[in-house]
Design a protein around this ligand. Sequence first.
Ligand code: N7H
Length: 531
Amino acid sequence: MADNQSAKGQNEPSLNVSNIQGNIIPGFNKDFQALLFLKIENGKESHFRRWLQALIPGVTTMEHVLAFRSFLQKEQSVSKLREGSPKLKLTWRNIAFSHIALERLGVCKVGDFKDEAFTEGLTPERSKRLGDSTGEADEGNQRNWVVGGSDTEADVLLIVASDDRADLVDEVTRIENSIYAPPKTKEKKPERSGLRIIFKQYGTNLPDSREHFGFRDGLSQPGVRGQVPDSPGGYLARGYTIADKPGQDLVWPGEFVFGPRYPKQDPHNFTKPGPPSLDKITAPEWAEDGSFLVFRRLRQDVGAFHKFLHDTARTLNIGDPNLLGAKCVGRWASSAPIVLAPDQDDATFAHDKENNNFKFKQKDFEGASCPFAGHIRKIYPRDDVLSSEKTLPPEKQSLNESISQTHRLLRRGIPYGEPSLSSPTAPFPDAVDRGLLFLAYQTSIENQFEFLQKQANDPDFKEKRAGYDPIIGQNGPSKTRERYFLVAFKDKDGKEQQRSVPIPDEWVIPTGGGYFFAPSIKALRLLANLS
Ligand code: N7H
């Protein structure tokens, strides 16, 4: 059990479940989703407001999602007795706005939000700072993105999610009709919605919660602290599956939702509440119960990644290319953490009760099984400290568990595109557009998403020459975008080795993105001019 899973008994903040959008907490987690990127036509703000007024009653809240989960839990226990009971299928909607859109709707101006990343938006300059390509013809160059690039920035992001593919398509059609063929007014004239769809993207979960490279994903999430009505034990993290996992740390809700009563993490003590996420400096009052949403459309070249694993395993005399894959991610394809299963994939550690129950410093301080550049170690170093600071008291350390908790994300991504036929043992290159629709909620884009992406790009984190995160690390400023990562392994002959491995190709390429704000239901009503 993680150190701070024994927080019971402290005063937990009460979460405003009927006001917070449901994909923030606890997350939609539906198999079929569509992202609609919308532009508000110039001078058509009042039309847009009318369209929004009609949408608001259908925006799904945290309360709806928790009720659904609780129903499913009961249903599951009943269906053990009653075979074949019908599954409840629902379709949900959530909405988020760019800073420019909020300005145009007259609710905010530069300086209202402290977070510069949100205020500026995902501009070419910010994309460059994330390490994205700047080569004129490069697909990863922000100017060439399919959405969020030059002239393709969205004002509004609408997320539609369903348990059923056909229901999702029906709902998207209904929304498209409301945009392009809205109901007639009393005078029988067609009423403009003031909106245009600039990009539409369907996402579908792959079997067994895999992402396209073949790894199970979406397993490790922070457990959001806070009370919700009727939650057994009084904790959001208790009684609902979202945080009921051994090893899952409880994180104060102010890291993910704005509110004067929602504390952020204290960087010196991760069980203690820090300052609130909403005060006069951080965000305007109406931002209460809202959250920033980062979107990145990340194309995955599965054939290229698998070829790298296949060829490099051969060069290094590593018998199994899947072992090199596990070193790149920090988990085996099954999700078993490599620090618990260092030599081969082991399903015992892939179980929900085990797959998050580990630490790095405690288990693998030298990086012998999980490289410091391994994706999950770079992006969430858990209890890791710098080797040069190992003996310092926590308040003098620049990295430790309390500090790592101040950079967490609520990941809500979903894969898009057809699955690949490739595997690390038989790489199969193709030209199919597939990847991850990366979505993450937080209360500071600068200190959470951007901080983590920069950490992934930093070859000297957490130790000098540890290398780039082989999944998402980018070397923006270099023309060749050369990258490497340091990996320790036992070769086929049982000899311990350590090598700096060159990364020859790009297999996660940003092709779209945007920074948004997901307001509360009350704030949506304000935006729509509803009393
Ligand atoms: Fe990552 N992958 O398949 O290799 N990610 N990720 N990610 N990721 C995780 O623990 C992947 C991306 C995080 O709590 C797993 O749930 C791929 C971005 C964080 O221990 C796998 C892409 C960012 C975690 C992947 C991608 C992150 C995490 C293990 C892009 C943020 C949790 C499953 C195409 C900047 C770490 C799990 C923890 C886990 C993969 C992108 C962040 C398998 C393919 C852009 C915070």
